[in-house]
Design a binder for this molecule. Structure first.
Ligand SMILES: [Zn+2]
Ligand SMILES: [Zn+2]
Length: 682
């Protein structure tokens, strides 16, 4: 809890309401703000326009930028870029924050493309109240209070990880590069975009103090680090000796430790490059709007989540793990400062007890509780990352290695970027299934050399990455029919072949994934086929048209080039025979069977590339008799013959029943028609 601030003065005099246009006045928001309407009507979170106290602003297109109506001005500012019909809704603070511990009051939310909150200002009761933002100067006392409160009261959950020995930092007092002193309060790391800044000298200078020509963002970060009481700053450009190749390599491979070990990370989420500076330190923020309704002042609360999401900072690949791995982040947007540690959230524009804002999820910038709690979240992390941009393709995997690290404690591993859950008995099938990853528009993907074709890392433009996740999978058939995976140690010819389980043991023991070859050996049920269209392949499968949905996704080839142009003539690239390899089946509301489409490389006939995927979605065959359940444990005495059980969604043990006849038919089909084959994928 914070001490009473100036926003909670003595009983405020009723203020004269802001001038509103006729249409805004007709909404009667002033009555709601005065709590004159029955409170029970406000107990719902209101989004639907049919609900009480949510109004569609259907005149929004007519609002002029210079209008004198204060509500129209706020609506215009929130919506002008987007062209979405805005709605304005009233909420009870207790409902919105899901807390009975705060005094209730009314807030307004303006929904357009983003959400803008209008928070009452000057409430005398403890609770949620708006804080006036000084657009010239940030309140350093407030920043220091957020940071120091966390350091003193949040214990190990917010403390940085182990420090890298010998880490070099900027001493904010002397501006010299020094080794972090052992008795220091730690260091502040800067997460920013350097950009195309060239007006500064970044020559390694261990003995001289940094000149005054360092970029403004770095200067401002030095000020902030000093003011919050941690006067050591780590900035990549100055704290890595760029000429020392060994040191540089070492730091880049340990970039995750630098951010997870920082006492605080400053995120520069405004502007294009490092000359921009931090808003509130060396430059003005946006002026905060306010409105008086029902005799009370409401302050506009800027949506930090959206500001960060739209920032240049959020488009850069390296900054992704920097923000996620840090335990305490202090974010500077063009509107306000925002703090998030592992236990609390603070917005400059909102004065609220931190235990209240924990429930305030949709304004949170980083995931709650950090990362690495839930194994399958890794897929979401990779998806978020894949949308970002890198200056150097070769960094694609380096810039996310730190994200994989915390998931390893949850048994999530990766091989050249392909994640898999290393459950002891499902290791290989989880990995095989993950090879069926896909992207939003595979046809737009561009080959990224230096990485294997079977990993998403091997393709640029891999946005909206999805990776089939193991625990939902079931793989039918006797063990020798399941996909098996071997890995090669070292890249030289004749390097040692090891099963995937041994790879996991080696990585657990500290081995680097890059010590293993980019080629893997996949063994499984395979056949030959030609891709005919985005929905059609020439391979024989146990499903017919109408029984299943077929989707073919080819990497780097737009769908309109798949073929079926002149009768039997196909586009050349797809006319050749390809191999198709079964990799697994996922069960949800449907059964989804996945296959890889492979072709021999031109250079080496014994090598194959992953060209695309085929998925076959089959509705559960409800019309077939339910004869028993599948189990993975054949020793189960109660089950006879083929009794197979699999896990439901999210890894919960929720046995569902499979019609055994149906499965038997599919197994029989593959055993008769398909062969077990080995493919060296690279
Ligand atoms: Zn108006
Ligand atoms: Zn904390």
């Amino acid at each position: 809890m914070q001490a009473a601030s100036d926003s909670r003065g003595p009983n405020p005099e009723p203020l004269a309401d802001s001038p509103l246009c006729d249409r805004c006045r007709a909404l009667r928001l002033d009555d709601i703000a005065r709590l004159q309407l029955a409170k029970e009507n406000l107990s719902d979170t209101i989004w639907d326009q049919d609900r009480p106290h949510t109004y569609a602003v259907n005149w929004w297109k007519e609002i002029q930028p210079g209008t004198t109506c204060q509500l129209c001005r706020i609506i215009f500012a929130a919506n002008s870029e987007w062209g979405v019909m805005p709605k304005i809704g009233a909420h009870s603070a207790q409902t919105l924050f899901r807390s009975q511990d705060i005094a209730d009051s009314i807030l307004f939310e303006l929904y357009a493309h983003t959400t803008t909150m209008l928070v009452p200002h000057g409430e005398q009761l403890p609770g949620i109240t708006g804080r006036k933002i000084d657009h010239c100067q940030i309140d350093y006392g407030l920043l220091r209070q957020w940071v120091q409160d966390c350091i003193q009261n949040h214990g190990v959950s917010c403390a940085g990880a182990d420090l890298l020995p010998g880490l070099k930092v900027i001493d904010c007092n002397t501006r010299k590069i020094i080794v972090l002193p052992p008795d220091s309060p730690g260091y502040v790391a800067l997460s920013y975009r350097w950009g195309t800044v060239t007006n500064t000298d970044t020559t390694w200078r261990p003995d001289d103090a940094l000149d005054n020509d360092i970029p403004q963002t770095v200067k401002d970060a030095i000020v902030v680090a000093t003011k919050v009481g941690i006067p050591y700053l780590w900035v990549d450009k100055y704290c890595i000796d760029q000429a020392n190749a060994v040191e540089k390599h070492n730091v880049i491979r340990n970039m995750d430790s630098i951010y997870s070990g920082a006492a605080l990370t400053i995120v520069a989420a405004a502007g294009d490059d490092s000359n921009f500076g931090l808003p509130g330190v060396s430059r003005l923020r946006y002026a905060q709007e306010s409105i008086i309704l029902g005799g009370r002042r409401f302050l506009v609360f800027p949506d930090s989540t959206e500001e960060v999401r739209r920032s240049i900072w959020a488009t850069r690949a390296w900054t992704y793990q920097e923000g996620l791995l840090s335990k305490r982040r202090l974010v500077f947007t063009a509107s306000q400062a925002y703090f998030q540690c592992m236990k609390s959230y603070h917005w400059e524009a909102l004065d609220a007890p931190s235990e209240t804002t924990r429930d305030f999820g949709f304004y949170r910038v980083f995931p709650e509780d950090g990362i690495g709690r839930e194994p399958r979240d890794i897929v979401r992390r990779l998806n978020e990352y894949a949308a970002r941009q890198l200056s150097f393709e070769s960094d694609t995997l380096n810039a996310i290695l730190g994200i994989f690290q915390p998931y390893q404690a949850r048994k999530v591993y990766h091989l050249w970027g392909v994640p898999f859950l290393a459950e002891s008995d499902r290791l290989e099938r989880n990995f095989a299934l993950a090879l069926g990853w896909s992207t939003r528009v595979p046809g737009n993907a561009k080959r990224q050399t230096g990485f294997p074709t079977w990993s998403w890392v091997g393709w640029a433009n891999s946005d909206n990455l999805t990776v089939p996740w193991g625990p939902d999978s079931l793989v039918f058939g006797p063990p020798e029919r399941l996909p098996s995976i071997h890995v090669f140690e070292g890249s030289a010819v004749g390097s040692r072949r090891i099963p995937l389980s041994e790879y996991v043991l080696r990585v657990e023991g500290g081995a680097d994934f890059a010590l293993f070859s980019q080629s893997i050996l996949a063994t499984g049920m395979a056949s030959r086929c030609q891709v005919l269209s985005p929905w059609k392949v020439s391979v024989e499968l146990p499903w017919k048209r109408g029984e299943a949905a077929f989707v073919v996704r080819m990497m780097g080839i737009p769908e309109d080039r798949y073929g079926e142009q002149d009768g039997d003539k196909y586009v050349e690239v797809l006319s050749r025979t390809q191999c198709i390899l079964y990799i697994g089946c996922q069960s949800g509301s449907n059964l989804v069977f996945s296959f890889l489409i492979l072709s021999q490389t031109v250079a080496r006939r014994d090598r194959y590339t992953r060209d695309g995927t085929l998925t076959v979605t089959v509705p559960w065959p409800h019309n077939i008799d339910w004869l028993g359940s599948w189990t993975e444990n054949p020793s189960n005495e109660q089950s006879s013959a083929q009794d197979v059980r699999f896990r439901g969604r999210k890894g919960q043990a929720s046995p569902q029943r499979m019609p055994i006849d149906y499965i038997a038919q599919i197994i029989k089909f593959f055993e008769e028609k398909w062969e077990v084959e080995e493919f060296m994928l690279s």
